[in-house]
Design a protein around this ligand. Structure first.
Ligand SMILES: [Zn+2]
Ligand SMILES: [Zn+2]
Length: 664
């Protein structure tokens, strides 16, 4: 049996956050590492999804080519993958010649097979930007409730779904111009023709989970509609249909085909042009997809029907590992609001295994889960350091102290030793099944049971007390503990590969030559490493928060001088300062700016006494929008320096200068 392991293609529009990483990229890596341990032939592929309007329009707004944008994001994602030890055989991108050729070939074939038809659509076109506007880039008045900035796909105010042509007084959201209506010929994929075939395939599938089956069958029962497969973007795969010179393939149809083209490209690079067929056209190949639950229909309906429409014999042994959502400290991830941690930040903060363990511990398999820094701290300090790390260190130290670092195979000497040995086998069987069922979160719980049991037996049999009177009993214990450490390291290898490899090395094993079957094969002896160190270090969530602030400060977006000059900075003198009632942080300041006095609420009560602030010449952002804090408006902001470690100092002026002077 061969496996193709894939993850959802990250959209090259922004950096993936912890939620994106756990649901797709990391989950695929855990599964792939597990399959390799089991001895399967696997190939793991994915790539950056670069095409489509959101990227094209973001590039227009920044005045650059789309590829400049995606080059940057693609490079960053690759660095994140490396930082997280996520090892794809081919992590590629959709804007590559192999992919573009493959997508065009597939659609040409589907067209020739009679599953593509054309239809004339009315679309909005911005004459200034010279682009057809995707629905959500048109803004206008909602025909239902009158809300004045409804988006072309949906009114935010009344929630009704809209057609952009319904909007009263529509405007281009990029430049504000009034769009014109143009008639354009578009191509549709005749999805309803596959309803029966898809239904039968899903119903009879032995590999799809009940969840994805029920969900997809329901969709088919409700009736499938033809799906438009072309767009008026320039940035995409040119559509291979007659009179379609200005059209590209809709990004979703383009991206799913990447699962095949990435395998093709992988073998092309090795000069084995046709070998990809041995994967995709072999009925014994299984394909695993790791995605968020919202993407299920693209993997159970769209992608398989495209493959069916080619009339070629692609394998349809699909396994779908779909996850629910991960939130961050109770909220949705939001870059603009600064809620969450992003992949590029995470790899600067902590070793990969700390993130990998915590994310899999929290993997949202059956319901949404919440990532908190407290959970991260718990996972690293308690589970990894106190339970696992401590266990391994105790075992190695005991073998070193009592047996000079070498323990030979021997049978169990007590009932408890025997139980631990058998428990190891049971746990391995259970973890094996959980991995195969893509229930990685369960694996963590299962294996940690064995860790705790092993710690308990050391406390119970107290080798430091029993060694003198019964060395044979201690030898039995230490051998079984070494076996248990080996088993734990193998079972956790897919989740924490670096740490597991270190444990195996300390036990005198070669991680590269160790597989799942070694769990069941007792070793003749263990000769442990001479120098071993604690594997994990405790962390502190306050330090992580501060370090995160520093990292964000370092990597601020570049701005031009015009943007900077929009900030009206003025010198002012604090003429009055008082604590704001019922607030721990806020001080109310009255600042003389020469021509006027402004009232500013500043969160400085932890750092300054109000009476010490009076008379200081400070720098004020004088054109900041008024903002309410605890029911009171603040009319500006004063500048202060913050080192991220709890020191905050006001910016003052070097010498005397008139209030109201411009700072630049
Ligand atoms: Zn409305
Ligand atoms: Zn425009």
């Amino acid at each position: 049996m061969k496996w193709i392991v894939t993850s959802a293609w990250p959209y090259a529009h922004g950096t993936p956050h912890l939620g994106n990483i756990v649901s797709s990229l990391l989950s695929a890596d855990v599964f792939n590492r597990y399959l390799k341990l089991k001895g399967y032939e696997t190939i793991m592929v994915s790539g950056s999804d670069e095409h489509g309007s959101p990227i094209e329009i973001k590039a227009i707004k920044q005045g650059i080519e789309p590829k400049e944008l995606t080059d940057k994001v693609h490079q960053q994602i690759k660095e994140i993958l490396e930082g997280f030890n996520i090892e794809f055989d081919n992590y590629t991108r959709t804007h590559n010649p192999t992919h573009i050729k493959y997508v065009r070939d597939v659609f040409r074939k589907i067209y020739e097979n009679g599953y593509i038809f054309s239809k004339v659509d009315k679309l909005l076109y911005c004459p200034d930007d010279r682009i057809y506007l995707p629905d959500r880039f048109v803004i206008g008045e909602c025909p239902h409730c009158g809300y004045d900035s409804a988006r072309g796909d949906q009114c935010e105010n009344c929630g009704k779904l809209l057609d952009p042509l319904d909007l009263v007084n529509p405007k281009c959201s990029v430049c504000g111009a009034t769009p014109t209506v143009k008639e354009v010929k578009h191509y549709y994929f005749d999805l309803p023709k596959f309803s029966d075939k898809l239904y039968k395939w899903i119903e009879e599938s032995e590999t799809l989970s009940e969840n994805s089956k029920n969900f997809s069958l329901q969709m088919i029962k409700q009736g499938l509609k033809p799906r438009s497969v072309t767009r008026n973007n320039k940035w995409g795969v040119p559509a291979p249909f007659p009179e379609a010179e200005d059209l590209t393939i809709y990004v979703w149809f383009d991206a799913v085909l990447g699962y095949v083209s990435a395998v093709i490209e992988y073998f092309e690079r090795q000069g084995k042009g046709d070998k990809w067929r041995e994967y995709w056209f072999d009925g014994d190949t299984h394909v695993a997809f790791f995605i968020g639950k919202d993407n299920i229909p693209f993997h159970t309906i769209i992608f398989p029907s495209l493959l069916m429409a080619t009339h070629d014999n692609y394998t349809l042994n699909f396994h779908i590992g779909a996850t629910e959502w991960l939130t961050f400290e109770g909220q949705k991830f939001s870059k603009t609001k600064g809620i969450g941690i992003w992949g590029d930040e995470a790899i600067k903060l902590l070793p990969a295994d700390y993130w990998r363990y915590t994310l899999i511990y929290l993997r949202p398999e059956t319901r949404d889960t919440d990532f908190t820094l407290s959970t991260l701290e718990y996972c690293v300090n308690k589970e990894l350091n106190d339970d696992l790390g401590n266990l391994i260190h105790r075992i190695l130290s005991l073998i070193k102290r009592y047996l000079k670092g070498r323990v030979e195979k021997t049978g169990p000497k007590t009932e408890k030793q025997k139980e631990l040995y058998h428990m190891g086998v049971e746990i391995a069987d259970k973890a094996d099944k959980e991995y195969m069922d893509m229930r990685f979160q369960r694996v963590v719980y299962t294996v940690m049971e064995l860790v705790r049991e092993a710690n308990a037996i050391i406390n119970h049999e107290k080798p430091w007390e029993t060694w003198k009177e019964d060395p044979e009993m201690v030898k039995g214990l230490l051998y079984i503990l070494a076996e248990t450490a080996k088993r734990i390291a193998i079972m956790l290898y897919p989740i924490i590969p670096e740490s597991s490899a270190r444990i195996l090395e300390y036990l005198g094993l070669n991680p590269g030559e160790t597989g799942w079957r070694d769990i069941y094969v007792p070793r003749e002896e263990y000769v442990i490493a001479k120098n071993f160190k604690p594997i994990f270090q405790k962390i502190n969530k306050e330090e992580i928060t501060n370090r995160l602030k520093e990292i964000r400060g370092e990597s601020m977006e570049e701005i031009d001088i015009e943007t900077f000059m929009k900030i009206d900075l003025r010198v002012g003198t604090i003429i009055k300062a008082e604590r704001k009632e019922r607030s721990k942080n806020l001080i109310r300041l009255y600042i003389d700016l020469g021509d006027r006095t402004v009232k500013v609420l500043a969160g400085l009560a932890k750092f300054y006494k109000p009476e010490d602030m009076v008379g200081k010449k400070v720098v004020v952002v004088a054109n900041l929008k008024k903002k309410k804090f605890m029911g009171e408006y603040s009319e500006g902001m004063i500048l202060a320096a913050d080192d991220g470690k709890g020191n905050v100092k006001l910016l003052t002026v070097d010498g005397d200068i008139e209030n109201g002077s411009r700072v630049r």
